[in-house]
Ligand binder design. Sequence first.
Ligand code: CP3
Length: 349
Amino acid sequence: MNPATFENSPFLNACRLKKNTRVPVWFLRQAGRYMAAYRQLRSRHSLLEMVKDPQLAAEVTLQPVQAFGVDAAIIFADILPPLETLGFQLEFVQGEGPLIRNPIREASDLKKLKDPDVKKGLGFTFEAIRKVRQELAPRGVPLIGFAGAPFTLASYAIEGGSSKDKALTKTWMRRETAAWGVLMESLARLTAEYLTAQVEAGAQAVQLFDSWVGELSPEDYRAYVAPYSHQVLSAVAKLGVPVLHFGTGTAGFLEDLRDAGGDVIGLDWRVDPAQAAQRLGPRVAVQGNLDPTLLLAPWEVLKGAADRLLDALADRPGFIFNVGHGLGQTTPEDNVARLVEHVHARRLV
Ligand code: CP3
């Protein structure tokens, strides 16, 4: 593969704070149930079947690239299958989201965790990455790999599924502080290894999702989480591909999130984009931060919001247009198409 093909990628340029002639755009959850093409495949396969079949995963990854011309693909996978390599039993229950059958409840449960074999246990994703890279090579569209950050993964391992306030996780973190360190350390090692293998398979950037870290106070983030995110991000920084670091609800500790690592910081819509970029400073790129429910609004309203975001950040070296969290299930495909077109129409000087 000739890496020169990607020299003009607006997405990779922005990650590296290089000047662009237009603004790159892609979307969190750009492949998913809002797309008819996805629903068609999904009607015949479960989510985990799709993730674990490299051919299907590759096909779904390409759908939004083909349909909307986004500037990056993100490999179709999930943050939770890596937990299976530690011995957690994962299911997705229709209408309920993810479920871990054997969550951690006692410090002694940690002894039951397996030594993960990442290459073997997650080989389907590496194979899917190789397939997507072949398909995308002629288009010059780069592929993003990803993983869940230690805190967000720990929240599933402890709660056993989605939870609103992460109370079990936070209680465990404070009560079983030594065991928390052991768990976070093993999740950090697993995540670093998983992301490294994705880059070796061909991922040209990687994103660390700390989706639920906004449940924490700044003080708790610094004490219980940042060192482990830093462990992952500093290991991955050595691979030579841009690293994106994303969380939601992070307004209270954006600087700490930045200092934990990453070339690009992902913002949600709860922050003013210009103010957040100011706080982050010139050494990191910024990705975000449109409220995904704006894609449900009439086009004129969506366009107005997109223009204000572009006015705020388009001229900053290192801006990637995105939503502040995943696109919802009821997003009209038309709005996605028009939004991509609109962002691409903005010329930079
Ligand atoms: O296009 C893409 O963004 C790539 C694919 C992707 C998926 N999950 C597929 C998926 C990515 C990047 C993820 C990450 C992920 N998974 C996160 C972090 C990002 C975020 O949204 O904060 C989290 C917390 C998960 C865990 C997870 N997976 C939950 C809570 C759910 C259930 C919620 C829901 O929408 O049903 C999932 C399921 C899941 N993962 C879907 C998709 C497309 C739902 C679609 C389906 O059931 O067909």
